[in-house]
Design a protein around this ligand. Structure first.
Ligand code: FRU
Length: 477
């Protein structure tokens, strides 16, 4: 197929439809496509946006540049689902075709009011002297019609001590009021979390900066706020945290803070914090309330700038599966939502140290136990595999991509380590979806989301250091 050169800040118009359809046909031939993760029909997908259970169905929006697998003009794509298994593709929800958003409709969240879904987003607006931060809203009715608010932007400009880098509105309701969090970079080049308030979701007043008592790097992106098991949880994506042996190994990081948001004193009383996920390809999580108000989260299955083998196939990245959130001893667990179990209906028990599989689409479950001397498991063939290993003595869990033939994102390292839980035995759930893999330790108290490009269309081994038992449940569609 012959690809067109498209100027970076081009928004989609009718004249592009045919080309985009051809591109999506081309993408269908990719050998790396997942079957149960959300990925772009063409081009680049990044942050999940506007996640909501509205009018009896899940609405997921996402950052999307449809023309190329690069960070270009961002649109909001839109998908709906009643069950989190079958998705209807609604195409583009927000096209950046207004002057105030001339460089893209950036990330934001959604909240329901009076039977309407309010979609908040950053209207990206660049000038020669940097950005002018603008926040905007669009309103979706129950029939799915979306209209941008006529008086957009609803917030224009920056508080005095902030730079023009302010984005990713997250609106929530607390004590009968609406609040909006925004991620920012201060003039002192520190990540900052700003708070606004509103009575009607359209007129917003600035309150100030929330003090966080953690390192926020040089910029904070994609804040989320959610109540989980009676506690307040903030999820934040800071840029520029210093790498530590067991943390912050990716280009950018996503953290959770458990405690209490004290709006009166503009601070977060921190009880516990950690990185949300320890994998290579995870960022910009967004929390939301799912059906029955259950706390959930979806994250970008990617991070920063990465070259991937799918670039030449004209698509890049995707989203994690929907995760449920719960607290265990003040730690945030993110674990695949139970609805997703219905994807896998061909369960096979094993009791062996090598399992052969022809499929690259499955959920495998087992325990890793110190007493059994089971310290590693490898996925792939002898000269081309990724490995998860447990150092019970040092209390470290490691994911290792260094033995894969096709190595990606090498600049950010080939291994990821995280602190274990000082246990002698761990429960492990791994969801393999071709090039998308999600690993969960003890139901998500630790997790690793990452891409790997070795499994496609080939029989491969799952190889344990010692005999192990468990089950493998295939996705057969
Ligand atoms: C995070 C982010 C957001 C921004 C969006 C643009 O990945 O940089 O801060 O709104 O992506 O696509």
């Amino acid at each position: 197929m012959k690809f067109k050169t498209i100027e970076k800040y081009t928004f989609v118009e009718d004249k592009h439809r045919q080309y985009l359809e051809e591109l999506s046909e081309f993408v269908k031939q990719s050998e790396y496509l997942p079957k149960y993760h959300i990925y772009p029909k063409s081009g680049l997908m990044n942050d999940p946006n506007g996640l909501a259970y509205f009018n009896g169905e899940y609405n997921f929006f996402y950052q999307w540049f449809p023309f190329e697998p690069n960070h270009g003009m961002k649109h909001w794509g839109h998908l709906t689902s009643k069950d989190l298994l079958n998705w209807d593709d609604k195409g583009i929800a927000l096209t950046p075709n207004m002057e105030y958003e001339k460089n893209g409709c950036y990330s934001g969240n959604a909240i329901e009011k009076d039977g309407l879904l309010y979609l908040f987003y950053t209207a990206n607006y660049k000038t020669e002297n940097g950005k002018i931060p603008k926040q905007a809203v669009a309103i979706m009715d129950k029939a799915g019609n979306i209209e941008k608010y006529i008086n957009n932007p609803i917030i224009d400009g920056a508080p005095v001590d902030m730079t023009g880098e302010i984005r990713d509105p997250f609106v929530f309701r607390k004590d009968e009021k609406y609040y909006m969090l925004l991620g920012a970079k201060s003039k002192k080049e520190k990540g900052a979390l700003l708070l606004y308030t509103s009575e009607n979701l359209l007129k917003w007043d600035y309150i100030g900066e929330i003090s966080l008592s953690i390192d926020t790097g040089y910029m904070l992106e994609c804040p989320s706020f959610i109540e989980v098991d009676g506690k307040d949880v903030m999820i934040l994506s800071p840029m520029g945290l210093e790498k530590e042996e067991l943390k912050y190994q990716n280009q950018f990081s996503t953290l959770y803070l458990v405690g209490k948001l004290d709006i009166e004193n503009m601070k977060f009383d921190l009880e516990y914090m950690d990185e949300v996920d320890s994998g290579f390809d995870f960022y910009a999580s967004q929390a939301f309330y799912g059906k029955g108000n259950k706390p959930m989260m979806v994250s970008w299955f990617g991070c920063g700038e990465q070259d991937l083998p799918t670039d030449k196939e004209m698509w890049k990245h995707g989203l994690t599966m929907p995760h449920n959130l719960k607290l265990v001893e003040n730690r945030l667990c993110n674990f695949v939502s139970e609805e997703l179990n219905d994807l896998f209906n061909d369960k096979n028990e094993f009791n062996s140290n090598i399992i052969k599989t022809k499929s690259n689409y499955y959920h495998i479950q087992f325990n890793m136990c110190k007493e059994d001397e089971n310290t590693w498991v490898r996925f792939g063939n002898e000269d081309d595999y990724w490995e998860l290993n447990f150092d019970f003595d040092k209390n470290v869990i490691q994911l290792d991509r260094s033995n894969l033939k096709l190595k990606v994102d090498i600049n950010n390292g080939l291994k990821r380590c995280t602190e274990g839980l000082n246990k002698e035995e761990y429960k492990v759930d791994i969801y393999v979806d071709n090039s998308f893999v999600e690993v969960f330790i003890n139901e998500g108290i630790k997790s690793f989301a990452f891409r790997c490009f070795n499994l496609n269309n080939e029989e491969h081994n799952i190889h344990f250091s010692n005999e192990n038992k468990g089950s493998i449940n295939y996705y057969n569609k």
